[in-house]
Design a protein around this ligand. Structure first.
Ligand SMILES: *Cc1c(COP(=O)(O)O)cnc(C)c1O
Length: 378
């Protein structure tokens, strides 16, 4: 698309074709090409209905089938036990920062939060509007270069729930273990690592993920919630955001994000064809190891601020020993079709997001470029 108010196509730098680009964006991120091709083929006429998915009534049998299939495929991928509900909601992950306290406090006055970086801080700020927040653990003292070790956590047994950010998209850290919060339900923001690896769902009371990182279009948010936590939302909770009302209505209390659910469903089918989450985990481990290895062998030319134990497989954050080279790194990478490598503004530096849709070839090309850039500029 060309925005007419901008000189075309200069705002893109150089015009490129899809096959010339590897998109390392943190979000919205890349979507598997197979999925986009299928969506293109079905755009005008979904399965002989003579209508686009955009045009299907959400109360009709066709759309019901699309949602049911998407929910079912997700249940299979994550092996979601029957006592959990899958909700497709509006508002992005940021809406859940409010909806979690509104729905889960249920008369309690406090909740535990682990402070591991940019996104957990956003969740904490929002939760403070509804309850007392006990920061059970914080990585602030060491600049969020790690997930606080379990021995350092100070949990409140009276907390309504304990919230973690499973993968810190901006800081490049990830939990490779699951906190055991006992009877206090564990709530996880998995926006940026959802479906990147198998998850033991029973360890969590609630898992949520904004779709635009690893599932599909922005706005859609997937919530997987244990049934006993549904009900008893605060009286002021908008009906569209009440888990009980949406669960009761099969997420059709109001018009759901029909096209986004359809596209997410295509991604779930694609993941099944790839061999499911075990296969994705192996692939994601290979991709991230390859990139961290390139950083390590650069002899300090590139640096990763996160300690090895807690490094993210999804968002590889790194800096250049000489920050003055950052802009030319970005420019030259873009010339090679390696785009959207700028770090989050809260963290600076560089970041390569390696979501499911990033092929191994993209990482190989990035590593080749980085080796060459270090050799010629180092
Ligand atoms: C991107 C992101 C969010 C915010 O998602 P929105 O859909 O834009 O609200 C929240 N948490 C994490 C971990 C993220 O990566």
């Amino acid at each position: 698309m060309v925005f007419r108010c901008l000189p075309e196509p200069a705002f893109l730098g150089v015009a490129r074709r899809r096959e010339q680009v590897f998109n390392f964006a943190a979000g919205p991120g890349a979507i598997p090409e197979e999925v986009l091709l299928q969506a293109r083929d079905e755009l005008l006429d979904w399965r002989g209905t003579g209508m686009s998915v955009w045009e299907l009534p959400f109360t009709g049998a066709e759309f019901r089938e699309i949602t049911a299939r998407a929910a079912d495929d997700l249940r299979q991928l994550l092996a979601i036990p029957s006592q959990y509900r899958v909700l497709f909601m509006h508002g992005g992950a940021s809406a859940q920062f409010s909806l979690i306290p509104l729905n889960l406090l249920r008369g309690k006055g406090s909740a535990d939060y682990a402070d591991t970086g940019h996104w957990s801080r956003k969740a904490i700020i929002e939760a403070r509007r509804y309850c007392a927040v006990n920061v059970a653990a914080s990585g602030a003292a060491t600049g969020f270069d790690r997930i606080p070790a379990w021995e350092e956590w100070r949990l409140d047994p009276g907390a309504a729930y304990c919230h973690i950010t499973a993968n810190e998209t901006a800081n490049g850290s990830e939990y490779h273990w699951v906190p055991d919060t006992g009877a206090v339900p564990l709530v996880a923001d998995m926006t940026s690592n959802f479906l990147s690896r198998p998850v033991e769902v029973v360890r969590y009371g609630l898992i949520y993920a904004g779709a635009q990182k690893n599932i599909g279009p922005a706005g859609l948010t997937v919530v997987v919630v244990r049934e006993d936590l549904i009900g008893g939302a605060a009286a002021a909770t908008p009906s569209v955001f009440d888990y009980a009302i949406q669960a009761e209505a099969d997420c059709c209390y109001n018009t759901p994000l029909t096209y986004a659910i359809y596209l997410a469903g295509l991604v779930f089918q694609w993941l099944k064809r790839q061999g499911g989450l075990t296969a994705m985990e192996a692939r994601n481990a290979r991709k991230s190891h390859k990139l961290y290895a390139a950083i390590a062998r650069s002899g300090g030319f590139y640096r990763c601020p996160v300690i090895p134990r807690d490094r993210s497989r999804m968002n590889v954050c790194f800096t250049l020993a000489d920050p003055a080279l950052t802009e030319s790194f970005l420019e030259q990478a873009a010339e090679c079709g390696l785009v959207n490598l700028r770090g989050h503004k809260a963290a600076g530096g560089l970041r390569a997001s390696l979501y499911n849709a990033m092929p191994e070839e993209g990482v190989a090309r990035l590593v080749e470029f980085m080796d060459e850039f270090a050799r010629t500029r180092g």
